[in-house]
Write a protein that binds this ligand. Structure first.
Ligand code: FO1
Length: 332
């Protein structure tokens, strides 16, 4: 069985880890999982190219992630960061650990040698033995910028890079989210094929605006999702009106979507109504949303959605695969 997943960082990575566990214990033939990773969070820091969502998936699946932070490396030290701060070099607000720096040094060196991000990602992942294939959504530059209030600016607003918005500014009110460069980007190698050839396409519980939204903003990818023969199942990133983690509650209003499991499902839309998904999983606590989702043409189920550990991640992934299976059976 071929499974493709659209994933951002922490939540998506944990979901994919659960999926790998769920498929390993199932009686399916050897399942192949391809993760299309968001690259719009990527940033140049100290001359190094940092790809937070790709690295979070790579470290999480490879066992190198710091389990408490959910990002960066376990057993990390921060000597380089301390030395940079001692030199007064900015930005001091982004935590680059010593082990993590090696990843960015390899990536930057390979970029300088002319390798595309897709080949660099494959080279980095070879060390980690993920059990899934991780490919960037595009090899081209796409960077999410967020428009926020700025009393000092002429029109009272300014755009900041997503990492500054999230890590330094702690997600203030957002007026717009702009994936800079998306309109000129092409899907990365293997992306359209992974989506088209999949039996199951899963939209992970990542941020619908700056993770899934940015993947879908790369021209061609949303159309590939609409036309794939796969059963497409999404997992709500919102439980009882709040994001499981991160800042989706700050960014959804910027695109006019309410902060609820139902609103995000309707935002993605049922493929039978011209949208992007067939099935939608919400948390048990949001089961009152099921009628609205059904009316919108979605095959919706309420299941335990909170990813607290490997068992809950595996159980959630198994529910998503099961719903996809029933969609495929119904489709005949
Ligand atoms: N998130 C933080 O809240 N603070 C940090 O200092 C930080 C550093 C960092 C370094 C490498 C990396 O791969 C991720 C890092 N993140 C940090 C998380 C990152 O901002 C998010 O994972 C994504 O960009 C949003 O999902």
């Amino acid at each position: 069985m071929k499974v493709a997943v659209l994933s951002g960082g922490i939540g998506g990575a944990r979901f994919v880890a659960g999926l790998r566990d769920a498929l390993a214990t199932g009686d399916q033939d050897e399942a192949q999982v391809t993760v299309v990773g968001n690259t719009a969070d990527d940033i140049w820091l100290f001359g190094l190219r940092v790809c937070p969502d790709l690295d979070t998936v790579m470290y999480t699946l490879g066992g190198g992630i710091d389990p408490d932070r959910g990002w960066g490396r376990r057993d990390e030290t921060w000597h380089a960061k301390e030395e940079l701060a001692a030199y007064g070099v900015e930005p001091a607000w982004f935590g680059l650990g010593d082990r993590d720096l090696a990843t960015h040094l390899v990536r930057t060196q390979m970029l300088g040698a002319g390798y595309p991000l897709s080949e660099i990602t494959a080279a980095l992942c070879a060390r980690w033995d993920l059990g899934v294939t991780l490919i960037p959504m595009t090899d081209d530059r796409v960077e999410t910028h967020v428009v926020i209030d700025d009393a000092g600016a002429p029109d009272g607003r300014r755009a900041v890079h997503f990492q500054e918005y999230w890590v330094r500014l702690h997600a203030p009110v957002a007026h717009a989210v702009v994936p800079v460069g998306a309109d000129k980007a092409s899907p990365g190698p293997g992306v359209l094929e992974a989506i088209a050839d999949a039996d199951v396409l899963l939209v992970s519980p990542s941020n619908p605006v700056v993770s899934v939204g940015t993947i879908l903003a790369v021209p061609g990818i949303a159309d590939a999702v609409r036309s794939t023969g796969a059963a497409v199942v999404g997992v709500s990133p919102i439980i009882s009106g709040s994001p499981v983690r991160g800042m989706a509650d700050r960014l959804l209003p910027a695109i006019g979507v309410d902060v609820s499991a139902a609103a995000v499902g309707v935002h993605y839309g049922a493929r039978s109504h011209g949208g992007l998904i067939d099935g939608w999983l919400v948390d048990d606590s949001d089961s009152d949303a099921l009628p609205e989702l059904t009316d919108a043409g979605l095959l919706a189920r309420a299941v335990p959605l909170y990813l607290s550990d490997r068992d809950t991640s595996r159980a959630l992934a198994a529910e998503a695969v099961e719903l996809a299976g029933s969609i495929r059976r119904n489709a005949g």
